[in-house]
Ligand binder design. Structure first.
Ligand code: CTP
Length: 392
């Protein structure tokens, strides 16, 4: 029995990047041998074992054959005779299809090192197209490694286009799309993820609303530049999507335009079953970004109303994320990430002034619930007015 380190750990070590997770392949063994050694079987579809001490994943070398559409339609075959080269051949990209033996020897039958040097994401074999998830994976790897100069190889781009033409993108299920997308949003160049998907035609199927929106992609760059959270990046991506329609397609009123934007947020979040916190922030940004952007001109009462609508007093972190998304996503900011955004500074200070207001026990004497709320509001407004009397 031989054990090899495989996949991402080998790739990232060669790139000089930190390794987050190590996967192993076992050649020349069967499940009984590993169980007898204390490994615990966890794989349902194929035999994956957890090491008794490290709990890292050890998979028996296997081959795969596609027998039905979708990414569950695989028959896997594992046996002590399956070679390391056969196991590596079923993998997605050449840079992911390398293995390292215990003595450090690199096994690289498909040119992984060559492609690492050439900065190319290239598929290992035509079997790549049997797994539609790989459309998203390649786009995600491109988003991660673009700053290192990686691009998708021409023949892989062609193969991905053929897959989309054959309807493969349509077979991706919501959970997997979201899983890959949220991981891509966390990468250093999230816009590259959407560009790769646009290039192969998958964006038309997955997120047609984004297709024409160069501005949203630049907003993503700005969000990545200020190291915003994935929630903020998602909100920046969806902000005003679809509102840059042709005049004929545009709803006649500004308010309808905003409502249109919110409807797009709902549609995308329903389509991908996006978690509530992402959805809520995206919707809030869509509704409020214009008021945030005009913060310098708002009278104190409107600032207070904005803080209340955003539920800022109870959800201060979300309010901070709203400001970040407005900063990263505003057209005037795009490409000018280092420009100060005074709107954010002003609203943060306004929030602090209003949030500092406290009612004493004496203030509350003789007042019932709603009256206490009204008094608090009045004091907050007074505090905002005092704090910035030059509000017009
Ligand atoms: N793999 C594949 N096709 C997939 C999923 C995985 O070929 N649809 C292979 C690749 O060889 C990959 C390995 O399985 O390197 C491990 O997969 P995973 O842990 O998802 O990816 P990593 O390459 O380790 O990348 P990450 O750094 O994102 O974890």
């Amino acid at each position: 029995m031989d054990i090899y380190l495989v996949g991402g750990a080998v790739r990232d070590t060669l790139l000089g990047r930190p390794v987050s997770e190590r996967d192993w392949v076992v050649v020349g063994a069967d499940p009984a041998t590993l169980s007898a050694l204390g490994y615990r079987q966890v794989g349902k579809d194929f035999p994956v074992f957890l090491h008794p001490q490290t709990h890292e994943e050890y998979a028996l070398a296997r081959t795969e054959r596609k027998v039905a559409p979708g990414y569950h339609g695989f028959v896997t075959h594992h046996a002590p005779e399956v070679t390391l080269e056969q196991d590596l051949a079923r993998r997605d990209l050449t840079i992911n299809a390398m293995a390292q033996a215990a003595d450090g020897t690199l096994v690289d039958p498909y040119g992984g090192q060559r492609d690492l040097k050439a900065r190319l994401l290239r598929h290992v074999s035509p079997a790549f197209s049997e797994d539609p998830l790989r459309l998203l994976r390649v786009a995600r790897f491109a988003a991660r490694y673009a700053p290192l100069g990686f691009t998708v190889a021409t023949e892989t781009r062609r193969l991905m286009r053929d897959m989309v033409t054959a309807g493969e993108a349509a077979s991706l299920v919501a959970e997997r799309i979201w899983q890959e997308t949220v991981r891509a949003l966390a990468e250093p160049s999230p816009r590259t993820y959407f560009e790769v998907l646009r290039d192969c035609g998958a964006l038309t199927v997955l997120l047609p609303e984004l297709e024409m929106s160069e501005q949203r992609l630049r907003g993503l760059d700005a969000a990545a530049a200020i190291a915003a959270s994935t929630r903020v990046r998602f909100a920046v991506l969806l902000r005003e999507l679809g509102t840059d329609l042709t005049p004929l397609e545009k709803p006649p009123l500004p308010i309808a335009n905003e409502a249109y934007g919110v409807a797009v947020v709902h549609a995308v979040c329903d389509r991908w079953r996006v978690p509530t916190d992402f959805r809520e922030l995206a919707e809030l940004v869509c509704r409020e970004h214009l008021r945030v952007h005009h913060a310098l001109e708002l009278p104190p009462a409107t600032v207070l109303e904005l803080l209340e609508t955003c539920d800022a007093f109870r959800r201060r972190e979300r309010f901070a994320e709203l400001l970040e998304a407005c900063e990263a996503g505003h057209p005037e900011q795009l490409g000018l990430e280092t420009l100060p955004y005074p709107q954010s500074t002003l609203l943060t200070a306004a929030f602090a002034a209003a949030a500092a207001v406290q009612l004493t026990a004496t203030d509350r004497t003789g007042l019932a619930g709603p009256a206490i709320g009204l008094l608090l509001r009045e004091r907050r407004l007074a505090a905002l007015t005092r704090w910035r009397p030059t509000f017009t």
